[in-house]
Ligand binder design. Sequence first.
Ligand code: F6P
Length: 535
Amino acid sequence: MPDSNTRSAWQKLFAHAAQQRERHLRELFAEHPRRFEDFSLKSGDILMDFSKQRITPTTLDLLHELAVAADVTGWQRRMLAGEAINHTENRAVLHMALRTPESLATHPDGPAIAKEVAQGLARIAAFCSAIHTGAWRGHTGERITDVVNLGIGGSDLGPRMVVRALAAHQQPDLHVHFVSNMDGADLAPLLARLNHRSTLFIVASKTFGTQETLANARTARAWLLAQSHDPTAVHKHFVAVSSNVEAAAAFGIPAANVFQFRDWVGGRFSLWSSVGLAIALAIGFHHFEALLAGARRMDLHFLEAPARQNLPLTLALLDIWNINCIGAASHGIFPYSQSLELFPAYLQQLEMESTGKSVDRQGAPMERKSCPILWGSPGTNGQHSFFQLLHQGGQPIPCDFILLKHADFPLPGHHAQLLANGLAQSAALAFGQTAAEARAAGIPEALLPYRTFPGNQPSTTLLLERLTPQSLGQLLALYEHKVFCQGVLWNVNAFDQWGVELGKQMANTLLPCLAGESCPAHLDASTRGLLQALQ
Ligand code: F6P
């Protein structure tokens, strides 16, 4: 049983935590002058400073003992050899092959998968070229000026976030939009602005069975047909990204317009697959390739760097320390970059859908807490709303600060101010302000209780050279591999998501009630009352 393999490592960690938990970062910095040198790592374009975590060298030793006991490297091998490590869906987990095909050296079908990946990329490249050069035109011969990605969850959040993040690399004369919600308020105002002759819809759905995406796709198709009066227009204005070609064909999208991907690519890990079509169209195929190359660089680091130098493993272990030993229940993500404004939302799915679970790989209740609640927004905006709670709310909330050395949209003076704020917040959170310091700064005695800051709020700072397709690829792969490591360390399957199913089923049973048909007899009083109020 994996849990028995790790039990002693966990116990040692907990014993250490009992002595260590209350120690203050001020004290830890005072006793360890080389903290930054000893607790920072670099890989590619990312410098990771974790010296403001509440750890000592012994903490790190014990965390790495846990990683060995949990057999992180063994699980890496199993994943890359094609074992169905997503055991509840009997699926392999091979998204790394999409950017690092050579990682499948031990996979029996490695060469065939590599060939398929290359062919898939060649199709995306050819399609991008056709759209960008105007070789692909709408049904009346007009160039495509607008692309609408209809998808949700992993078929939306990753591509939407990347396209937003790489705004500085946009293709000219092509607008890429994203619609995910079945609420008409998402699609309707956009359709009102679009010209059907020059709009291309991408129906992005791995299963091609997701209610929201199909509702939006049907409405978009009806809009196109109503405007064009041409039943063949769908062939020029709809493509699909899916692993279910039959369902796409049944919808009316010919196989030639379907960009496939395999079931070994999980939805939240799929932006590297043909789900990235919207990205490649928005920023150009060469930039999409650079994104993949960045992820590849992090993949190779993850697979080859020794544990002590390994960024994803270290990031995962720090979370274990904060959640399981310090008791953190939430985790703030603060990119000091407006371009990364959607990064927290993307990470919410990546992490909370992966490890937001309380049953282990053996089907038993987990002995320890797993994924915290992830949240965040770009700095400095958050400083003027919820940072108050981080500074004086009395709860341990670890934070990731993401800073860019160079601005992607430089304006005189702006970037230095932004960086100064990012650095100031992580330092203020770590070290706080004592009553003596407040007094020395001239704070009146009566206000001292309000003007002291306890500090000791742990954080990691990720410093990127600049925000480019390459560095973004590295950043995203860093977090993906962190999630993989956490799944291993917590002994949880990070690749299924059964928790999303119950609500979907219930929505299907409630739909007829809203249409005035009879409702299931077992409906609870609250839902029944609300339904009556709606009728
Ligand atoms: O409901 C959750 C989920 O299954 C996600 O895991 C997935 O990314 C999303 O729905 C969309 O699924 P699909 O790409 O099949 O439409």
